[in-house]
Design a protein around this ligand. Sequence first.
Ligand SMILES: [Zn+2]
Length: 89
Amino acid sequence: MIPARPLTPEVEALLARREERGLERLRHAGYEPASPWPGREDHPWSVRCACGAVRVSTLRRVEGGEPCRACWNSEHPAALGASAGAGGQ
Ligand SMILES: [Zn+2]
């Protein structure tokens, strides 16, 4: 496999640094990566919440405080449907 654009050591170092920063920022936001660093903070990234739920978001969105749906549901049980109270699955 021949890369279309050979990366210079400087670019490789920059990309490695960016990935490191991205992972650091993701963990700081309370998530673990569930797929490799997508390369950019606004690209879709599969991330795992501390509760165990995995979802596709972007670094920018999780840093911006986008709530995990599973966590949000457990914190707002009433929002699941107050009228369906006695139901269950
Ligand atoms: Zn969660």
